[in-house]
Write a protein that binds this ligand. Structure first.
Ligand SMILES: [Zn+2]
Length: 415
């Protein structure tokens, strides 16, 4: 199975090299737009074949620009792809105008650039320049260490982007690897995940990821935004935009960390499925959730889905109704609003089961998907929900796991 990953890397370049990159981006954009302008044949039909577009434009673009031959070809390919999607729209009876390239980017391949562990050598209209990577510190969970610096992943090319207003160049480096697709475990089990404001994620195995970091940063940034907004100057406006970008970057790193942890928990527990509650309308049904949280849950879900796939684990969303009110204790299942005396605690009014509310919900999320998979089963449905004392099956029996979790007692984390 081929796995492809794109890793964004900030570049450190001198002012004169930055000027060269700007010129190169401008000429690349001109080249792509030139190809589009010359894409109509004598009968007025739009040509989308790369070969034919090449024959019509290559010599002219080489003549008119200082671009490396491979950048000329990359501009033509980019134009051809954009033309193809416009023609496809026309064929579906939709209106669309011919593409026009305006955003600051360009495409490098292995002939117009060389990619190293900590820097890239990039072709520009003024010859090759060296651009150092600005890499995060030693951390095994960053995409840089996982893909960019990995022996298993091969770099195939990159897109150079100029980000305004920060005025920074980023390389989105494309990598690929051939990995053995792991077989999903036989008699697989489900890992349930509950999302929340106080705890950003809790698994049915009882692992908690606190939302403190997210909520703290959010408050800090809001404060800084408010004070900068009061100043109201142009530079304050620019500073606000920068704060927004720093915030996004920090959060993305947090989501990567949590997502990796969830996937690790699923793999170590031999799970074939990870179950989340349906994200549609999550902000409305979750007390205290802000727009930030809704965005966070979506990103987190995307990261988990992305990472789980390469481990052979399926990720699904499930209707969240009653997952917070239902008793998840084996053989009980009593569902009532009074089971939830406070935000954090669950206490079953029928059997007296006392447990952290988020952990109870995570088990129910897993249990729900287990039942829905059994209904549509072709015989391969997972048999249980992975909890921290074993497996909970559809008949409500808990069986001891054959894993390290044997002997772990008291499935309730501290209330
Ligand atoms: Zn109960």
């Amino acid at each position: 199975m081929e796995v492809r990953r794109t890793v964004p890397v900030k570049l450190d370049v001198t002012d004169s090299d930055a000027a060269l990159l700007h010129d190169t981006i401008d000429q690349f954009r001109d080249a792509a737009n030139y190809v589009v302008r010359h894409a109509r044949d004598d009968d007025g039909y739009v040509i989308t074949s790369k070969r034919r577009l090449h024959d019509r434009t290559y010599e002219d673009v080489r003549e008119a620009t200082d671009l490396h031959a491979n950048l000329v070809q990359a501009a033509r390919s980019r134009a051809a792809e954009a033309l193809k999607s416009v023609v496809a729209k026309w064929k579906r009876g939709k209106k669309a105008s011919l593409p026009r390239f305006t955003s600051p980017f360009l495409e490098y391949d292995q002939r117009s650039a060389t990619f190293n562990d900590d820097h890239a050598s990039l072709s520009t209209v003024g010859g090759r320049i060296t651009a150092e990577y600005v890499l995060p510190g030693e951390n095994h969970d960053t995409p840089h260490s996982q893909y960019l610096l990995s022996e298993d992943y091969e770099t195939t090319g990159a897109t150079l982007h100029y980000r305004e207003p920060a005025g920074e160049f980023y390389l989105h480096v494309r990598t690929k690897a051939d990995v053995d697709a792991p077989e999903p475990p036989e008699n697989g089990t489900v890992l349930g995940v509950d999302l929340g404001v106080k705890n950003i994620a809790v698994t049915s195995t009882g692992v908690f990821w606190s939302g403190d970091e997210l909520n703290h940063w959010h408050r800090e940034y809001e404060k800084r935004r408010a004070s900068m907004q009061q100043k109201g100057t142009r530079s304050a406006h620019e500073a606000m935009k920068r704060v927004g970008e720093t915030e996004t970057g920090r959060f993305e790193q947090l989501f990567h960390r949590v997502a990796n942890g969830i996937v690790r928990e699923a793999v170590e527990g031999g799970c074939s499925h990870i179950a989340f509650e349906d994200l549609t309308g999550i902000r409305d049904r979750m007390p205290g959730a802000k727009r930030l949280h809704e965005w966070a849950f979506r990103r987190l879900y995307e990261y988990v889905a992305y990472r789980a796939k390469e481990r052979g684990v399926a990720v699904k969303q499930v209707d969240p109704q009653y997952t917070s009110q239902r008793c998840s204790r084996t053989g009980c299942g009593f569902t009532h609003p009074d089971n939830r005396p406070s935000q954090d605690s669950f206490c079953c009014q029928k059997c007296g089961y006392k447990v952290h509310a988020d952990y109870n919900a995570a088990k129910n999320v897993g249990f729900k998907i287990l039942r829905s998979l059994h209904k549509s089963s072709d015989g391969d449905a997972p048999v249980g929900v992975r909890i921290n004392t074993g497996t909970l099956n559809t008949s409500g029996f808990t069986t001891a796991p054959d894993s390290v979790r044997v002997g772990v007692h008291g499935e309730s984390p501290a209330l």
